[in-house]
Structures are given as structure tokens and as C-alpha cells.
Design a protein around this ligand. Structure first.
Ligand code: URA
Length: 208
């Protein structure tokens, strides 16, 4: 049961793009980005895919770009992180009962994986979700992550619609949806700090 493969080249477009980006930025990580945090954590956050100058550069989800700023602040505030920022893989940050993964493990062009890529990578997510302990909570950051989770569990999309702050019971765990903490969403205030804070407060309540 594989949850991650650092050498995966199953999606030709993504593998080719990573090669191209690696030529442009030889110091960047430029590989499938592994999940961060312990496999037995009760809180799993599912993002979309590595960002060009964040996870794709550092090798850790949401590390080094704008999307991670608010996320790691919230994790620290609610006791899921040992520090309030994530700078690099060797910055000493530890997640506490929390894990972060992406629906798609490789950097996609324009931050947009295509359906076939989401589906190919879904096997890893499905295997990862099987590791969740009883009564875990999964936060889906954005509609793509939400639908990837529903698909990974073999459920019907029509029965589980994405909505900010919607809570879904998937049987073995619950999924709480949030708008993605991307620069675009926070700049346009589609996702405010207060809205994101309320998501993490709810996770804390659900787990305690
Ligand atoms: N970085 C990630 O690792 N995932 C996202 O969804 C966005 C930025």
C-alpha cells in the first residue's frame, strides 16, 4: 500500500514539467512532494498541489510561499504546530497530531492539474486516508481537494457537495471544507483570516 513515491513519473505532462522547471531552477526540489507529519495523526489537511516557489522549491507542503503563511499560523495557534511558520524542511517545525498532504503530489503548470492527473494521483490519497485513526478530521482546502477525497473513498460526488465550512460524515472520518488559503483567495477576501480561524477552531473542538 503506497502512499507516496518520490520517483513517480506516472503523469507524463507533470514529469516533463518538473524536468523543465528543474533546468530553470536547479536548486529547487522539483519532485513529487511527500506528505508532512505523522501517519497516525488525527487531523489531515489536504491541499491541491505543490506551488512553484513553495513546496516545489522546499520539498515540504505549503512551505516557502504565500499559501502557507496563514495555514502554519493557524496550526500553531490551535496547538497543531510547534512554530507559527514553515520555512524549509530543516527548520525544526513539528506538526502535532496533524499531517499535511496534497491531492496531487507534483507541481502542475499554472497550478492546474488536469482530471487524469488528479485521478492517477488519487491512489496515493486513497491509501493515505486508510491510515487515518478512528474519529479523524480531514480539512479539504478547496473543491479539487474535496472531490479528490470523495473519489478516493469511492463515494458519489453528488452526495457530498463542496461548501466553505461544510462538514461531511464520510463514515470512517469527517471532512470539513474550507476555501483554499491561496494568495488569490486571501487577497480577494474570499477567505478571510476570521473564516480560516473558525475552521481550525472547529477542528480543535471536533478532536477534543
Ligand atoms: N502548496 C501546497 O503544498 N499545496 C497547495 O495546495 C498550495 C501550495
Amino acid at each position: 500500500m503506497t502512499i507516496f513515491d518520490r520517483n513517480c513519473r506516472a503523469c507524463p505532462r507533470l514529469a516533463g514539467f518538473l524536468d523543465e522547471v528543474n533546468e530553470r531552477y536547479p536548486d529547487y526540489y522539483c519532485r513529487p512532494v511527500p506528505p508532512f507529519g505523522a501517519p497516525d495523526a488525527r487531523f489531515l489537511i489536504v491541499g491541491l498541489a505543490p506551488g512553484m516557489h513553495g513546496a516545489n522549491r522546499s520539498g515540504r507542503p505549503f512551505t516557502g510561499d504565500h499559501a502557507g503563511i496563514l495555514l502554519y499560523q493557524m496550526l500553531h495557534k490551535y496547538g497543531f504546530g510547534s512554530r507559527d511558520r514553515s520555512e524549509s524542511v530543516d527548520d525544526g517545525l513539528e506538526l502535532i497530531d496533524c499531517r499535511i498532504t496534497n491531492a496531487v503530489k507534483c507541481l502542475p503548470p499554472d497550478n492546474k492539474p488536469v482530471g487524469a492527473e488528479i485521478n492517477t494521483c488519487n491512489t496515493f490519497l486513497a491509501n493515505e486516508l486508510k491510515l487515518l485513526p478512528e474519529d479523524s478530521v480531514v480539512v479539504a482546502l478547496g473543491g479539487i481537494a474535496h472531490r479528490a477525497i470523495v473519489k478516493a473513498m469511492g463515494l458519489r460526488q453528488a452526495d457530498y457537495k463542496f461548501g466553505h465550512a461544510a462538514l461531511h460524515d464520510l463514515g470512517s472520518f469527517r471532512v470539513l471544507d474550507s476555501y483554499h488559503c491561496s494568495r488569490y483567495n486571501t487577497n480577494t477576501r474570499r477567505l478571510t483570516e476570521e473564516m480560516f480561524d473558525a475552521i481550525f477552531a472547529q477542528v480543535r473542538n471536533l478532536l477534543d
